[in-house]
Design a protein around this ligand. Sequence first.
Ligand code: TGC
Ligand code: FAD
Length: 405
Amino acid sequence: MQSTENVVSHHKRAKEDPFQFHDYYNVDELLDDEHLLARNAVRDWVKQEVSPIIEDCADKAKCPTHLFKGLAEIGAFGPSLPVEYGGGGMDEIAYGVIMQELERGDSGIRSMASVQGSLVMYPIYKFGSEEQRRKYLPKLGSGEFIGCFGLTEPDHGSNPGGMITNIKDDGDAYILNGAKMWITNSPVADLAVVWAKDEEGKIRGMIVEKDMKGFSAPEIHGKWSLRASITGELVFEDVRVPKENVFPEIRGLKGPLSCLSKARYGIAWGAIGAALDCYDSALRYSQERVQFGKPIGQFQLTQKKLAEMITEITKAQLLAWRLGTLANKGKATPAQISMAKRNNVNMALEIAREARQIHGGMGITNEYPIMRHMMNLETVLTYEGTHDIHLLITGMDVTGLNAFK
Ligand code: TGC
Ligand code: FAD
């Protein structure tokens, strides 16, 4: 049995966040000063602002909404969008390393930033009119407004093209009806980027503001995963959306899917952060925990686990870095992004499971970050396209044959 003293010291250590970065192949040498500056600033911020409260937030299923302002200050919203539109003016690798550090803290914190930057600011920047950009982007970039992204419906998750949420022309506005499900941040959002079919059956994007009549965003309770992130529905009952709030040009599923490409790219990096946190904790535990008269890290079976973990993390780091260089040249294809999202999230989940074993019974407690990451990663494996949907995207890309049609 663990002594009380031991438990207290473990607890203190967890609160102090002893995380150390691991970079087995010196990937840092591939980063420039701006990347390292951004990365280190976010790492410090996570240690100061996220680590001390995150277990409690997860325990109580409470989203730390006060962190929206801090996330804005560290440049986590739209790092690669232009500064004049509320972004950080950095490149795609800077965006990636920032997501990695946030998810090292918690996938839900990375989600807060992914949604705001890649799923709300990005579509407004990419598809919005100049008026829409000027009206919303600075306030979203500064965290004054919180946004959410409504694509998934109760009956259309992996197949968003089947959506039934719709708009009907009514003079200077559209009348919006339908419902969206599983929407990150929706109960606390000031606005939602919503995708709905017009009378010709074409998918359109629009900005719906929280005080529009007929619009509500009830919270979804009972999640065992991503507990520090708030999730809800979007319900539209004859909501009058002014035409000036509708994206002027974009039509079809490629609108929302191109936003997903941006967010999936960030997740491919982010998941490495969760994996690193689990690995770091397992490595330290294996050096400290003594059984049969020696540290458990001295047993070959523990070494096998740790050696495989760092190998998989290193492969994922290189995959993400290469994807980043392609993205910087505008050459990362959606299928390449799918491969990295699928591989890196699955890698992180498997590492969380192995790390849990290394921690023995302590691995199931909130003295260590393992179970929280593991539960979070079950969502990350599913949202932004499930593990199997991404496999089928790769399958389609290599065979030229479409499993979805
Ligand atoms: P399909 O006919 O293949 O494509 C329709 C049009 O879209 C184009 N396209 C893309 N464009 C940009 N980026 C991508 N990733 C794209 N994928 C496809 C495609 O070229 C085509 O263009 P065009 O010009 O010919 O019209 O569409 P499909 O209906 O057969 O569906 C394909 C499939 C299954 C791959 C797609 O529907 C899919 O990716 N499903 C997964 C849905 C998904 O990922 N949902 C995520 C919801 S948002 C979310 O989870 C946020 S979590 C937030 C957080 O907290 O972090
Ligand atoms: P389904 O599509 O019903 O899939 C169920 C299973 O069937 C999966 O294993 C899937 O891989 C499999 N399957 C489906 N189709 C096929 C096929 N053709 N071949 C083989 N297998 C298949 N959505 C948003 O729009 N905005 C958000 O902010 C957002 N945030 C989220 C936050 C959380 C916490 C969660 C859990 C989800 C969020 N989502 C969001 C929704 C998310 O994107 C969907 O859950 C996801 O796309 C899967 O849809 P589904 O849950 O309806 O599962």
